[in-house]
Design a protein around this ligand. Structure first.
Ligand SMILES: Cc1cc2nc3c(=O)[nH]c(=O)nc-3n(C[C@H](O)[C@H](O)[C@H](O)COP(=O)(O)OP(=O)(O)OC[C@H]3O[C@@H](n4cnc5c(N)ncnc54)[C@H](O)[C@@H]3O)c2cc1C
Length: 406
């Protein structure tokens, strides 16, 4: 079947693909089509925690997190539709105990860096933590970063709303349309292969998360993405914890958590045994038996009354891990091919910013608000590439993390 040529083909309808489709369409970019193999937000963007931390130890990602936050926090004015963000307040903890004293200075420096890029954040000590969240125990935390207007997002609502906005602006959004690979003529991409034939496309952006390599078939590019299964549980809080807690990105207690509707908490537990490599098409999408009990024990370490919590839901999702746990954003392989993947369990907050950066790269030659150079995908193939190389002098030494650092 002969297909109408398009200017930009986007593969994947998660927050990355949807944000790029909207940014391109609203700038009047020719024919933009997004191909989603299932339904919008049926990948990681529909299974995420969607905590919107802006605490990073490198400026490039802090900038992406800040720019993403601006869109989420002002959604009705910028994207249209209902609000998606709840500014609950956020605390990020790091171990500053024996052997890790250097993390205290790094925390101060990172908060100062955040302030420089426009993120309201401050260092708080144990006394202030006790005042901010009196129902939690903070004996094991000396210092933390406090972001008063950070919070969390309804991820499915936001991703769908973004796709609807893209459609209103003129992008074609095609659900139930897997891309089987990429066609190349000479040194350029020429189209995407679908079950209905090849759709000619001058530019292809693969935003297919853990499935990126399958969409890249035929391009000659294979990215070192590992797929990890990660779980989150939904807990019903006991009545004495009626007041919602802040978002905690708590590397000391080894948990990330946020409120999840009235009286409920979403929680993930850190640690290698919670992060299993899997085939993205064949993995257990439910919680392991016992995950709820593990999550309750972990959060009760921070909020003792959560011993009385009850699990009422939960699931497993996928992290698309790059070797260094930082994203791969930019051109790769034949002319006209771009990727946005490898978000390593920390991409949702950055989605609108990455969409804007990629749109500006395609239309203007470079993004106006962030330098994408650190994220260039071909870094992982450089002969001197060492994934353990820190991304800044203020990168933390953490005992537990969430597959990614801070
Ligand atoms: C349990 C969990 C907790 C998380 N918590 C947080 C958090 O608190 N904060 C945060 O910022 N991030 C978090 N993340 C990470 C975040 O969810 C992801 O980084 C983000 O959603 C990635 O978006 P994406 O658009 O790149 O990928 P996805 O949402 O996975 O989208 C990719 C899409 O591509 C489609 N697709 C795949 N192959 C093809 C093909 N061949 N053709 C067409 N379509 C295709 C898929 O169906 C999918 O819809 C978490 C992730 C998980 C799993």
């Amino acid at each position: 079947m002969t297909q109408t040529p398009i200017d930009v083909a986007i593969v994947g309808g998660g927050i990355m693909g949807a944000s790029l489709a909207w940014e391109l369409a609203r700038r009047g970019t020719g024919r933009v089509a997004l191909f989603e193999r299932g339904a919008i937000a049926s990948g990681s963007s529909g299974r995420t925690g969607a905590l919107l931390r802006r605490h990073y130890s490198n400026e490039s990602e802090a900038m992406l997190a800040q720019t993403g936050w601006e869109t989420y926090a002002h959604w009705p004015e910028i994207v249209g539709g209902d609000p998606v963000h709840t500014p609950s307040g956020l605390i990020a903890t790091v171990d500053t105990g024996p052997g890790r004293e250097a993390n205290a200075e790094k925390l101060r420096a990172n908060v100062a860096m955040q302030n420089r890029v426009g993120i309201p954040s401050r260092v708080v000590d144990r006394d202030e933590l006790r005042k901010l969240q009196p129902f939690a125990q903070w004996d094991d935390v000396a210092l933390a970063a406090y972001e008063p207007d950070s919070g969390y997002v309804d991820a499915v609502a936001a991703t769908r709303s973004m796709a609807q906005a893209a459609r209103r602006a003129g992008a074609a959004i095609q659900e139930g349309m897997p891309v089987l690979g990429v066609t190349v003529e000479g040194d350029r991409v020429s189209g995407v292969r679908t079950a209905e034939g090849v759709v000619p496309a001058a530019t292809i952006v693969v935003a297919a998360g853990p499935w990126a390599n399958r969409a890249l078939a035929g391009s000659g590019v294979t990215l070192p993405i590992e797929t990890l299964r990660v779980q989150i549980a939904i807990l019903h809080r006991p009545l004495e914890l009626e007041e919602p807690h802040f978002v905690y990105l708590d590397t000391v207690a080894g948990i990330f958590c946020r409120p999840y509707g009235p009286g409920r908490t979403l929680i993930g537990v850190s640690g290698g045994d919670q992060h299993d490599p899997v085939d993205p098409d064949v993995y257990l999408e439910q919680n392991d038996p016992g995950y709820g009990a593990l999550a309750i024990a972990a959060i009760a370490r921070r909020i003792p009354a959560m011993r009385g919590a009850v699990q009422i839901g939960g699931h497993a999702g996928l992290y698309d891990m790059s070797p260094d746990a930082h994203p791969l954003i930019g051109s790769m392989g034949p002319e006209g091919l771009f990727v946005m993947t490898g978000f390593s369990g920390a991409g949702f907050k950055k989605g609108p910013a990455v969409g804007r950066a990629m749109a500006e790269l395609l239309l203007d030659g470079a993004p106006s608000f962030v330098d994408l150079a650190p994220f260039r995908p071909d870094r992982v193939f450089a002969p001197d590439y060492d994934p353990r190389t820190p991304w800044s002098a203020t990168e933390y030494d953490l005992g537990s993390d969430f597959g990614h650092g801070l």
